[in-house]
Each structure stands twice: as C-alpha cells, then as structure tokens.
Design a protein around this ligand. Structure first.
Ligand SMILES: NC(=O)c1ccc[n+]([C@@H]2O[C@H](COP(=O)([O-])OP(=O)(O)OC[C@H]3O[C@@H](n4cnc5c(N)ncnc54)[C@H](O)[C@@H]3O)[C@@H](O)[C@H]2O)c1
Ligand SMILES: CC(C)(O)[C@@H](O)C(=O)O
Ligand SMILES: [Mg+2]
Ligand SMILES: [Mg+2]
Length: 347
C-alpha cells in the first residue's frame, strides 16, 4: 500500500495506480456480482461496475425502483431479477438495501450464503449492531465492506466525469483467504478514487457522526440559525439565503474543495479574513460540546437503536414525510428553490 503523509500522520492507502482496474477485473473475473437493492447506492455502484467491465446483476423487488432499473438498461431475466433469484445467482452479494430493510430481509439472504460466497456491505451498521439487527453471517463466507464517502448520486456522476469518490474498506471475515483482494477489487470496481482502511465499527461510528454532524445535521442547524438572525433583523429572504447558503455552495465550497479553507482564508478580502479569523473559534467552542454529545450518542448505540426502532414503526413513512415537508416548506428552502430557479444556467 502507498504510504501517504496526512498532515504529519502517515497512513497506508490504496490508489488506482497500485491496484488498477485491470487487476480488479482479474480478481473478479469468475464472480457474479449481485447488487441487492436499487435505491441510492445500488444504481451508482451497479452501473459503475458494469461500465468497468464486471459481471453484474441487480436484484430488486417489483415497483417503481424496478422500473427505474429497467430504464437504466438492466434487462429482466438477464441482468435484472427478483431479489431471491439474484441472491441465488450471485457469488458476491452486495447488500445495498436500506439498513432497516437489511434486518427484515436477513433470514432470506442468509439462506443463499453458501460456502465460499462473499457478503459485501457499504456500511458497518448491520454487522456492528448485530445484537440489534440479527445479522450474523455464516462462518464460511467472506464478509467485507467498501463505503463510498458520499451519495450514490455523486458516485455515479463523478465516475461519468472520469473522477471518483474516496471510499473506506474493511474486512470482517476472511473465510477463503481471498477476502482482502476481493474487497479492494470491489472498491475499485464501484469507481472509488483512493481507498483507506478501517474496520466495521469505526466505519459506522464515523459515518453516523459525520451525517448527523458537519455533512448534514450541523450544517442545516447553522444555516437555519444564521438565516433566522438575518430575517429577524429585517433582511429579505433573498439576501438571507444568498448570504447563508447560495454563496457557500456556488462560490466558496468549490474553491475550498479545490484548494482548502486555508487558501480561502488567504484569498478573500482583508475584511472577511479578519472577521473569519476572529469568529471561527467562538463557533468551534459553541459547537464542540454538541459534537461530543453526538459522538457519545453514536458510541452508546443510542443512535442505532433510535434508527432501528423508528424505522420499524408502521407509521414511520407518514411521520417522516411530515418532517421532510416541514423542511421543504420552510421559508429558507422555499427561498432556496426560488434562488436556484434564477441561476442563469437554468434558462
Ligand atoms: N445513500 C447513500 O448515498 C449511501 C452512501 C454510503 C453508504 N450507504 C449505505 O448503503 C446501503 C444502501 O443505502 P441506500 O441509501 O442506497 O438505500 P435506500 O434507502 O435507497 O434503499 C435501497 C433499496 O432498499 C429497497 N427496500 C427497502 N425496503 C425494502 C424491503 N422491506 N424489502 C425489500 N427491499 C426493500 C428499496 O426498494 C431500495 O431499492 C446502506 O447500508 C447505507 O447505509 C448509503
Ligand atoms: C451520503 C451519506 C450521508 O454519506 C451516507 O452516509 C448516507 O447514509 O446516506
Ligand atoms: Mg450513512
Ligand atoms: Mg456516509
């Protein structure tokens, strides 16, 4: 593995140069990769693997999502099957149902995990919380994960643009002695940029923290707080939204992605620079206790328990839709929809 210095800490990573696609193809040459589930990660990973020349089939229950798979070019009876048929044909089972559905479908999946097959995840959830999920694979199958660090939608978009999301990988069970090379080959096959190694516990713990924290939960909270303060002080929705979200996503974050926040600090007005240098620490001090509380809630498995309990309630979908509606219909995101519709490229 390549040794890379990450700000003073040296880590082993796998790059595409070291483990080229050709090698992934060789490792997986005799495998039938069955992607079970065609939600968000399913399409991204299945289409990328197919375009990378791997032997992929999809297992999806009938309905709207099955129709989407057909529209994406999967052929019923040839490369698209009902879940059980795909489970039977697959030698590497990519378990890409929602984490809640993975619990429900486990007794079915387990039946098809015969000796020498592989069980692939994109999250450490099912295995780490096995006391809650009941997901305990047979001892004679390989179990590993590749977890793209981003949405399945961007996994596919970046692949089409010739780029790649980074993924973590982890091996939980090596029954055949080949789990590691199969895992890395799969991670390259789904279109990853570089790979960093983790374990199932660390993957799920960091992932749950990140999505509840700066990736979605914390950022939405900070957006809402600043937007409200601006509105309470007489600024228009347009001004408040542009100064809170639109400038960040359209102008500054692409530059931060390219060059880092340190560069951004060095390349804005001296006025912005002074203020941002003065204010980042108070924001850190105010939010760090919340992040510590969040991490604790993940570590004690309270987050996992809440997610499993709520997801299994009969009226969960209805309640979820009400929560999503509230967000969608908030003034801030309605203002956002209006702002997006005015972007010149939309016309
Ligand atoms: N969403 C992402 O971009 C993302 C990113 C990284 C990792 N992951 C992980 O990848 C896995 C898949 O997540 P996702 O967001 O793509 O899933 P999802 O919520 O989009 O659902 C995937 C599929 O589950 C099927 N499904 C739901 N309930 C079912 C049931 N009862 N029986 C049969 N099928 C059912 C749906 O039809 C759908 O095809 C999860 O482990 C998730 O944590 C997701
Ligand atoms: C895309 C995310 C947030 O990174 C993923 O972890 C998920 O659960 O959807
Ligand atoms: Mg996640
Ligand atoms: Mg994630």
């Amino acid at each position: 593995m390549a040794k890379i210095n990450f700000g003073g800490v040296v880590e082993d990573v796998v790059t595409r140069e070291e483990f080229p696609l050709e090698k992934a193809r060789q490792v997986l040459a005799n495998e039938t990769i069955a992607v079970i589930g065609y939600g968000v990660q399913g399409p991204g990973q299945a289409l990328n693997m197919k375009d990378n020349g791997l032997n992929v089939i999809v297992g999806q229950r009938k309905g709207k999502t099955y129709d989407k798979a057909v529209a994406d070019g999967w052929v019923p009876g040839q490369t698209l099957f009902e879940i059980e048929e795909a489970l039977e044909k697959g030698t590497i089972i990519c378990y890409l149902l929602s984490d809640a559905a993975q619990i429900e479908m486990w007794p079915t999946v387990k039946k098809y995990l015969t000796a020498g097959k592989s069980l692939y995840f994109s999250h450490g959830f099912g295995i780490t919380y096995k006391e809650k999920t009941g997901i305990v694979p047979p001892a004679d199958v390989d179990v590993f994960l590749a977890a793209p660090k981003g949405s399945g939608t961007s996994l596919r978009r970046l692949f089409v643009e010739g780029k790649g999301l980074n993924s973590s990988f982890a091996i939980y069970q090596d029954a055949t002695g080949k789990a590691r090379e199969k895992c890395i080959a799969m991670a390259i096959g789904v279109g990853s940029g570089y790979l960093f190694e983790t374990d199932f516990y660390k993957e799920v713990t960091s992932d749950l923290t990140g999505e509840r924290g700066t990736l979605m939960g914390a950022i939405q909270g900070i957006f809402a707080a600043q937007y409200e303060v601006l509105r309470e002080n007489g600024h228009s929705p347009s001004e408040a939204f542009n100064e809170t979200v639109e400038e960040l996503t359209q102008s500054l974050m692409p530059l931060v992605a390219e060059n880092g926040m340190d560069w951004m600090y060095a390349n804005c007005s001296t006025t912005a620079q002074r203020g941002a240098l003065d204010w980042w620490r108070p924001f850190k001090d105010a939010t760090k206790p919340v992040f510590a509380k969040l991490y604790d809630s993940v570590k004690t498995q309270a987050e996992a328990a809440r997610s499993i309990d709520l997801n299994s309630q009969a009226d969960y979908r209805v309640k979820l839709e009400a929560e999503l509606k509230e967000l969608r219909e908030s003034e801030m995101w309605q203002a956002g929809a209006a702002v997006r519709s005015l972007r010149p490229e939309r016309n």
